[in-house]
Design a binder for this molecule. Structure first.
Ligand SMILES: Cc1ncc(COP(=O)(O)O)c(C=O)c1O
Length: 384
């Protein structure tokens, strides 16, 4: 029996070389490699500023700090997302106001945003779920009308285009993730991209203890021992070890995407004639990063539920996952913000049907065929 993990990073000899070069260089924390990674990333995205940090969660936190979120503010976020999108809002004692998802794309239902806006609302955090962009024109129109900031959670969407524009060049600040299983990885890492000089400066300073610019240079010959703390910042800086991996991975970003696109196409074709499976619905306004390939089971046509389906896949050596358990179904959101399953009915419903299949550059075509064969076998054996 084959073993196919849900995800694996694609690390090559060139990645290893880049990292070991840094390890041998004598400078392993934030320094020249981090700067190089930031510059190359900004060039790749086509944005003015890129600030490298140690996670996308950190980038989101810094972004909200830079736009001036305060206690009591409200921020609209989708319920169909990872913990990070919501937790950063609560760091400020602000309130995450959850929006439901569309049943087909699983993206935040933009038509529900406006009814959630009141005088406390300060920002919207759209999540480009799975790697597909949200309808940014519509979101920006709402944001402009109500004077809100737009912080994009682009943890899944490197690289993605919306109407020809790269994600990372549209909202006020865009946050990317380089977590181990993301489309490119630095082990742990993130990047905040923006055009606004003040936001960039503030995020840079707050990412390293709130101390003055280029503080990392204080141990170099160009640097000075003198620094000033201007605010209570955080320890969110990226190391040069991680940045070296980032530089090397970024070079392969397009090649990785091409492989994920091929896998997505294979899955789509294979499941076209399987009515029990709905493949991801894609809008024609953009491209897809294919970080996730999320199918929906038609449970009325099957004798097993989603959890049993995943168990069956596991028995055949295939790792699957669920993205996501919607935020409103977690104890924290139920108990602190009093959300009930029926408040966000679409996410509650689709949660029981969604399965993320393996999709990553390192997968062989044999692996993809093996996944397809087993999905179809499990469906056949469990038709109602
Ligand atoms: C939608 C979303 N936002 C944010 C994050 C946080 O990324 P990181 O692990 O880099 O903090 C994740 C991570 O899985 C995510 O899925």
């Amino acid at each position: 029996m084959k073993t196919i993990p849900f995800s694996l990073p694609s690390i090559s000899e060139s990645d290893v070389r880049m990292v070991t070069d840094v390890l041998k260089s004598g400078w392993i924390t934030t320094g020249p490699k981090t700067k190089e990674f930031e510059e190359r990333f900004a060039q790749y995205i086509g944005c003015k500023h890129s600030i490298a940090v140690n996670s996308c969660t950190a980038a989101l936190h810094l972004a909200l700090e830079a736009i001036g979120i305060r206690e009591g503010d409200e921020i609209i976020i989708p319920t169909m997302t990872f913990a990070s999108t919501g937790e950063v809002v609560t760091y400020f004692r602000a309130k995450p106001v959850l929006a439901d998802c569309e049943e087909d794309t699983l993206l935040m239902d933009v038509s529900q945003i406006e009814e959630k806006i009141n005088e406390k609302t300060k920002a919207i955090i759209p999540v480009h779920y799975g790697g597909q962009p949200c309808d940014m024109d519509e979101i920006l129109r709402i944001a402009q009308r109500h004077n809100l900031k737009v912080i994009e959670d682009a943890a899944h969407s490197l690289p993605t285009k919306y109407k020809g524009k790269m994600i990372g060049t549209i909202g006020d600040i865009t946050c990317f993730s380089f977590y181990a299983i993301k489309t490119i990885t630095t082990g742990e890492g993130g990047m905040a991209c923006c055009e606004n000089d003040e936001f960039a400066e503030r995020m840079k300073i707050m990412s390293l203890h709130g101390i003055s610019k280029d503080a990392w240079k204080r141990y170099t010959s160009e640097g000075s021992w003198y620094y000033e703390v201007i605010d209570a910042g955080f320890k969110y800086n990226m190391t040069d070890i991680a940045a070296a991996l980032g530089v090397s991975q970024l070079e392969k970003s397009d090649e990785f995407l091409q492989k994920r696109e091929e896998i997505a196409n294979k899955y789509r074709q294979a499941f076209e004639d399987v009515p029990e499976i709905k493949s991801p619905v894609i809008r024609d306004y953009g491209t897809h990063a294919w970080h996730l390939y999320v199918i929906q089971l038609d449970l009325e046509m099957l004798k097993i539920n989603r959890t049993q389906f995943i168990e069956n896949m596991k028995e055949n050596g295939i790792g699957c996952s669920v993205h996501f358990i919607p935020l409103h179904l977690h104890p924290f959101y139920r108990e602190i913000f009093r959300y009930r399953p029926e408040d966000l009915p679409t996410a509650t419903k689709v949660y029981n049907r969604i399965i993320s299949l393996p999709i990553y550059a390192k997968m062989s075509y044999d692996d993809v065929d093996y996944v397809i064969k087993n999905v179809i076998k499990i469906i056949k054996e469990n038709k109602r």
